[in-house]
Design a protein around this ligand. Sequence first.
Ligand code: UDP
Length: 220
Amino acid sequence: LVFSSSATVYGDSEHWELNESMPVGVPSNNYGYTKLTVEQLLAKTASADSRWSFANLRYFNPIGAHRSGLIGEDPKGIPNNLLPFVSQVGIGKLPYLSIFGNDYPTPDGTAIRDYIHVMDLAAAHLKALQYIQHSRGNHVWNIGTGNGSSVLEIVVQFEHVTGKNIPFKHMPRREGDIAACWANASKADKELGWTAQYNLQDMISDLWNWQTKNPNGYDV
Ligand code: UDP
């Protein structure tokens, strides 16, 4: 069984680079609570019954789209996540981006995340499936690039890749957000032979391809 877990299980860690041997934290919302609870159920199941093989993939921040522009993210209503929001500002559906917090203890004051291309994430699933066919028990892997980008860096990179202007306003921090996190993804490299292949420019360019080919998402 491959479980789509999340870096949110680390909670508000004192470390910004996260590895799998670090303790899990207190979830700041129900989403994180469900991820942590399922991870704990799988760990208990594996220790009670050695026939099981589990891969808990702790996703960092998946973005982008299939390179064809045929498959992508189509959030309903106003997007919650950063890249879908920026993308809708880029295409003119939303007037400006609200940047939640510019007083974090990061170099530019905005929060840092490890954004990963969805196709890299897909590749990690295949590697994990192969691995657990030969190795039983409960396994945990971070799935991220190992690089962190701030919200402002995302805006600048988005403007650079798409040639669009992204107006933004600084707003207060969003409740439950942490300052910064990125993956130490060396365990997945060592055990699965998986590392991220796509950089931020690829992720944004594939997202933009999807967005411009499907300005209304899957609704025609
Ligand atoms: N963010 C923002 N404006 C938005 C959406 C998100 O400034 O409209 C910030 C958010 O505060 C966080 C980062 O962008 O620091 C990534 O947010 P997202 O919701 O995409 O992922 P999360 O890491 O919260 O799961």
